[in-house]
Design a protein around this ligand. Structure first.
Ligand code: ARG
Length: 471
């Protein structure tokens, strides 16, 4: 065994090591450090510190001269980090202490005044809220808007393109491809609604809650709240430093989005198979097989279909980290960031890839049209005709149509290819007017109810969707 103990007082953390005789063991340092991932919060950490510093000066808690030095030092650090000159240190644990320690190098003892009336507990809650609000929610919102636009564009091109609609993945009734595209526009619209809901609840400022109990200094939490774009300060200091609901809300919204993406991805995998051939995936989003030269694989769609596993895993992971934690802050909560960062990165890629795939896909309208009629998809239209034209109860009509489908099956033909005599042998009151409802064109055109698949409704829905989602 090697000695993991760096038991030397000079290794003790300079920012909190006052009561320690020795530095942490190497293993302790490794398990404790979050700088490897929380450095992604650098901009929010500096933003929060600047707002805090300005408030301390305004309230007369620190001298204006020290406040100026701190602000300039923070600007310099921002620039050092963004230009790649900053050296992050694991011994300094996290982004908060990395920044503060560098500030001390740059401006000397005045740096020590920045941490007046705050703690890393309210600091990290503030940084993380700013990141989730300004990066995670903002990026997802913009990505989903772009995806909706690609779907609406396809819907507009295909308001009258007829395809089979499925239930149980069995051909059910003809629908229009535009209608199918707009179904996903609704899903991603609800996802954007969930993001907007997250924004409402996230927007309270934890800064100034200090370690857990508040602070005796005469701080102005309303001032920092408005400087950081929050609606108000959080009402309870214990809750403020213990709350990670905002991260969980983001992850649950992200999980639902990932589920929606997985459904569209699965449909695209099915549609681009040789057996369906409803769409062709562009070269940009397909790969070849190393052994089968004829193949063209929808890898991007498959990966999108799979990513939900990771994203729900991120949600579950943070949920379990938070479960049963007593108030207020516990170090368990340091585990909050990686799942959020991972979900953001994976989901961002999925949304971007899906947007490209939707925009680039080729739609084989003739294949869709041919498939739309197969499987007796206008059987319901025949039943509806028996009800409306002959006054038959729907249940009886259902039986008549069942017998008709059975006959067509035995003859190996479609419903509209059965001679009138055959139809009349089943139900004598049928007239040749029935043929008008047996085509797939008539079937979709008849479905004019609000929210239905008729091309004229879909054309209206495309316009509405542009207004609702892209204005
Ligand atoms: N790195 C810590 C985190 O991410 C910051 C807060 C640490 N607070 C503490 N009392 N040790 O949660």
């Amino acid at each position: 065994m090697t000695d993991q103990n760096s038991a030397d007082p000079k290794n003790a953390n300079a920012l909190w090591g006052g009561r320690f005789d020795a530095g942490p063991s190497a293993i302790m340092e490794e398990i404790n450090a979050s700088i490897g991932f929380d450095k992604r919060l650098y901009a929010q950490d500096i933003q929060g510190s600047r707002a805090h510093c300005a408030m301390l000066v305004r309230q007369g808690i620190i001298a204006a001269e020290d406040g100026d030095k701190i602000a300039q030092g923070l600007d310099r650090i921002l620039q050092e980090i963004e230009s790649g000159q900053f050296t992050f240190s694991t011994a300094l644990e996290d982004i908060h202490m990395n920044v503060e320690s560098r500030l001390r190098d740059l401006i000397g003892p005045a740096a020590g005044r920045l941490h007046t009336a705050r703690s890393r507990n309210d600091q990290v809650a503030t940084d993380f809220k700013l990141w989730v609000r300004d990066v995670a929610l903002t990026d997802l919102e913009a990505g989903l808007r772009g995806l909706q636009e690609a779907l609406i564009d396809q819907a507009e091109k295909h308001v009258a393109t007829i395809m089979p609609g499925f239930t149980h993945l069995q051909a059910a009734q003809p629908v229009t491809f535009g209608h199918h595209m707009l179904a996903y526009v609704e899903m991603f619209g609800r996802d954007r609604g969930r993001i907007a809901d997250c924004r409402v609840r996230i927007n309270e400022n934890p800064l100034g809650s200090a370690a857990l109990a508040g602070t005796p200094y005469p701080i102005d939490r309303h001032m920092t709240a408005s400087a950081l774009g929050f609606d108000r300060p959080t009402a309870n200091s214990l809750d403020a430093v213990s709350d990670r609901d905002f991260a969980l809300e983001y992850l649950s919204a992200a999980s639902i989005t990932a589920m929606h993406l997985s459904r569209l991805a699965e449909e695209m995998v099915i549609w681009c198979s040789a057996q369906f051939k409803f769409i062709g995936m562009s070269d940009k989003f397909s790969t070849g097989s190393s052994i089968m030269p004829q193949k063209r694989n929808p890898d991007a769609a498959e990966l999108i279909r799979s990513k939900i596993g990771r994203i729900v895993g991120c949600f579950n992971g943070l949920m379990l980290s938070m479960k049963g934690l007593p108030l207020a802050y516990s170090k368990d909560m340091q585990e909050d960031k990686e799942p959020v960062f991972a979900a953001h990165d994976h989901l961002g890629l999925c949304v971007a890839a899906m947007t490209g795939m939707v925009a680039d896909m080729k739609v084989f309208t003739d294949r869709m049209r041919a498939a739309a009629g197969a499987g007796y998809t206008t059987a319901t239209d025949l039943a509806d005709w028996l009800v409306s034209e002959l006054g038959m109860p729907f249940r009886d009509a259902h039986h008549v149509v069942g017998a008709t489908v059975k006959l067509a099956e035995s003859k190996g033909c479609d419903l509209d290819q059965l001679p009138l005599a055959d139809l009349q042998a089943i139900e004598p009151k049928i007239t040749d007017a029935v043929y008008a409802v047996l085509t797939v064109e008539a079937s979709v055109a008849a479905r004019k109810s609000f929210g239905g698949t008729a091309p004229e409704r879909v054309a209206e829905a495309v316009k509405e969707a542009r207004k609702r989602f892209l204005k």
